[in-house]
Design a protein around this ligand. Structure first.
Ligand code: NOJ
Length: 765
């Protein structure tokens, strides 16, 4: 259904009364069969209001760190009474099959339960954190990670993961940047779609797939000051072009569920935002999937000041089209009161229940409620050798070489290495912030891996969580005995993630003192950064010739880093978020507007910059070095108009001019220089990670449509005129340029994908 955009503004009053049961409109999702639709309709007719509200209720069966710990007698009685539709923080084939049996055999209507968990970057086999996998600039990496995670989680009885987190974030003070794909909506949309594909596959009922959840719609990553849960104050243009683009792409890719954000957007709490959820997501984009609130967020509508009573909060969330209440019991306990006062809410309850039952049907749970979970296979599947191999490959591909002066890296096999820093042997931190059932004992640290293959003396020196400088003397002594110093610096895993915002993102603890002391030894130093967010490291890294960003890389962390340090693998990751010089530069993005007085290095000129810090980031978006070198040539563009939009090709040749086989990430940026309003100085619109032997050349051809240059101005518009096209190795290393011409101005149809949500075709010759 397409609606007039203006009518979306009052979407709360535009609610379709019909309770047609959702067929998934998005591309790869199979529509429900007629039999499934009529079964769902019959169930809804048979349900009491309490049973309907039960379906709309998700309760915690445990805690994140104590799964299943709340599956007590009261919880089981609730299942028997049909007063719960889903559990989260539960796991395990046996306990979940037993729990499902209670729902199916002991409740009046026998509706199966949905079992959910945050399976974010692995279940038992832990992959790099999502920000790291985005740095691979290879959507196949997060796709494979999601595939492995879904295989492991589904054999353990889970149906639904709260991933991917696809919030764009331009402020690294926000601790949740670790969970997303960084600052760019184009990269974010591609990574989002890849993860959805990996979790869901083409057959959700196949038994080794799971429902994905795109979260947290709409501008959670724009929280003021980088403070988690805080308000987002955005123009509709920025909301549409930047923050919503990955969500539109996810809806189009058939993501089964979405989660609303905790925060408010321009004063409207998202969980009660009818304009956003029922309006943009459902009516404008046609999204039919299940929408779940975040934890306790429906009740928190009162804390926001949007509702006076729990019944008002429940009605607000329902009107916004939030189908399921995560843990607050506001629907279960108070939506009945709201419905009694206003019976027009009842069709909305039926719609919500229909979407929840549709999700269960798509998983095949009405045909076989026990198809997920296989206790006999669980131990063979979890942490299998194949899964470990995939995790190692993902870790290798996520590492970013930031600086390599004088070819400090790779380190020669005969060198004596002083390995310093507590993070180098912190197995727990390799697991990142969402560790599901991952175990620190399964992780290989840098100390272990490097110690197996090189001549290493390890000294902790300093740790992120301690101001104790007592270990620095022995670190300096070890450095003096070595040929090269490798120092692990950064944050431990618990500095980033939910509610882990920091105002000053420099090195915590005694690490600054440690690096200062090591600099004093005069030895060549390799800084190995371990962190869940970009840190502000200008001062810390001054004079350090080699710097490698390794994030938190999962179980195979140590092996992957050692392979890069010793040259077994040439690094090719790229930054999915720029690294600031100082915390005070945030928020920032390479894709800023030009301004009337662009930043000028000359301080006597009044310009858009800080006086006390150099212009721009320390390392820009898209930056990453290699052990080889690449030459770009022969950029060619062509255009063809099909009457609706103009199709462009942008082709470039890339040659490995170095002496080792290596990957290069070819990046395409565009800029519309004149559009009647200010457009970003650069926007990513394509990338390709290619592998080249020494001397080898390849062509990379990007295929775009003019809808990808659309901007939001109360609707998507394309303006006739020129588009600057920039191809290079990072947002700050453009090697070739060309100009495309948009022949016509036009408006993109309401609800159609536009801008960063659309994918560019890539052909490698
Ligand atoms: C709160 C977080 O914001 C959300 O991302 C997560 O999925 C839920 N808790 C459930 O753990």
């Amino acid at each position: 259904m397409r609606v007039d955009r203006r009518s979306v503004l009052v979407a709360g009053t535009l609610l379709a009364a019909s309770a047609r049961f959702p067929a998934f409109a998005a591309a790869p999702a199979k529509p429900l069969t007629a039999a499934q639709e009529s079964r769902i309709a019959a169930l809804i007719r048979a349900m009491t209001l309490d049973e309907k509200l039960g379906q709309m209720t998700q309760i915690a069966g445990g805690r994140q760190i104590a799964l299943n710990s709340r599956l007590d007698a009261a919880a089981l009685d609730r299942v028997r009474a049909g007063r719960v539709g889903s559990f989260l923080h539960v796991a395990g084939a046996e306990p979940l099959q037993a729990l499902q049996r209670v729902a199916v055999e002991e409740s009046r209507l026998g509706v199966p339960l949905l079992f959910a968990m945050d399976v974010v970057h692995g279940y038992r086999t832990i992959f790099p954190v999502p920000l790291a996998m985005a740095a691979s600039f290879d959507p196949d990496v997060p796709r494979q990670a999601a595939r492995v995670a879904a295989t492991e989680a589904s054999v353990s009885g889970l149906h639904w993961t709260f991933a991917p987190m696809i919030d764009i974030a331009r402020d690294a003070r926000w601790g949740r940047v670790v969970e997303g794909a960084g600052e760019d909506p184009y990269l974010g949309a591609r990574i989002a779609v890849a993860q959805i594909d990996g979790f869901q596959t083409a057959n959700l009922a196949g038994g080794d797939a799971m429902l994905a959840c795109a979260k947290h719609i709409g501008a959670y990553g724009a929280a003021a000051g980088g403070r988690d849960y805080d308000s987002a104050e955005l123009s509709e243009r920025t909301l549409r072009e930047t923050y919503l683009a990955p969500f539109h792409a996810a809806a189009d890719a058939g993501v089964g569920t979405m989660m609303t954000a905790f925060n408010d957007l321009a004063g409207v709490p998202t969980t009660g935002n009818a304009k956003l959820v029922r309006g943009i997501l459902r009516q404008e984009w046609g999204y039919q999937g299940l929408v779940v609130s975040d934890w306790n967020a429906i009740l928190e509508l009162m804390a926001h000041g949007a509702a006076a009573t729990p019944a008002e909060a429940a009605a607000l969330a329902l009107r916004a089209s939030v189908d399921m209440d995560m843990t607050s019991d506001t629907y279960a306990d108070h939506l009945g009161t709201a419905v009694a006062a206003d019976p027009s809410l009842l069709p909305l309850v039926d719609e919500a229940v229909g979407r929840i039952l549709a999700a269960k049907a798509r998983l095949g749970l009405f045909d076989d409620p026990y198809r997920f979970g296989d206790a006999a296979r669980e131990s063979a599947v979890l942490g299998s050798a194949n899964h470990r191999a995939a995790a190692r490959r993902a870790a290798e591909r996520s590492i970013v070489l930031l600086r390599n002066e004088g070819e400090t890296l790779p380190i020669g096999r005969d060198r004596k290495i002083a390995l310093i820093g507590a993070l180098a042997d912190d197995a727990s931190s390799t697991l990142g912030s969402w560790r599901a059932r991952g175990q620190a004992d399964d992780s290989v640290t840098l100390r272990q891996a490097l110690g197996e293959v090189a001549n290493v003396e390890y000294v902790p020196g300093a740790a992120p969580r301690s101001d104790d400088q007592g270990g620095i003397t022995s670190a300096v002594a070890a450095a003096s005995r070595a040929d090269v110093v490798v120092v692990a610096l950064g944050e431990d895993y618990d500095f980033s993630g939910e509610a882990r915002s920091r105002s000053d993102i420099t090195l915590p603890g005694a690490q600054t003192a440690l690096i200062e002391a090591l600099r004093g030894t005069g030895k060549p130093i390799v800084a190995v950064l371990m962190n869940g967010r970009p840190l502000a490291l200008e001062e810390a890294l001054t004079g350090i010739p080699a710097v490698v960003e390794t994030w938190f890389l999962g179980n195979e962390s140590g092996h992957a880093i050692a392979d890069v340090l010793l040259g077994q693998v040439s690094p090719a990751g790229r930054l999915p978020m720029g690294i600031p010089r100082r915390s005070g530069q945030l928020p920032m993005s390479y894709a800023h507007a030009p301004t009337g007085r662009p930043a000028n290095p000359d301080l006597s000129v009044d310009s858009a910059r800080y006086r006390d810090v150099d212009i721009g980031p320390l390392f820009p978006f898209g930056h990453g070095l290699s052990y080889s070198r690449f030459a770009y040539s022969s950029l060619e563009v062509s255009a063809r108009d099909d009457g609706k939009q103009t199709r462009f090709t942008v082709a470039v040749n890339v040659r490995n001019t170095g002496s080792v086989e290596a990957d290069e990430v070819v990046q395409l940026y565009v800029r519309v220089p004149v559009a009647g309003l200010a457009r970003p100085v650069k926007e990513l619109r394509g990338f390709a990670r290619i592998s080249l032997k020494p001397g080898q050349s390849r062509s990379v051809t990007f295929t775009l449509g003019s809808d990808q240059f659309a901007y939001w101005d109360d609707g998507w518009h394309v303006a006739a005129g020129e588009v600057e096209c920039m191809v290079g190795a990072s947002s700050d290393d453009i090697r070739q340029t060309a100009v495309l011409t948009l022949p016509r101005s036009y408006a993109v149809a309401d609800g159609a994908l536009a801008g960063a949500a659309l994918a560019t075709g890539v052909t490698i010759g």
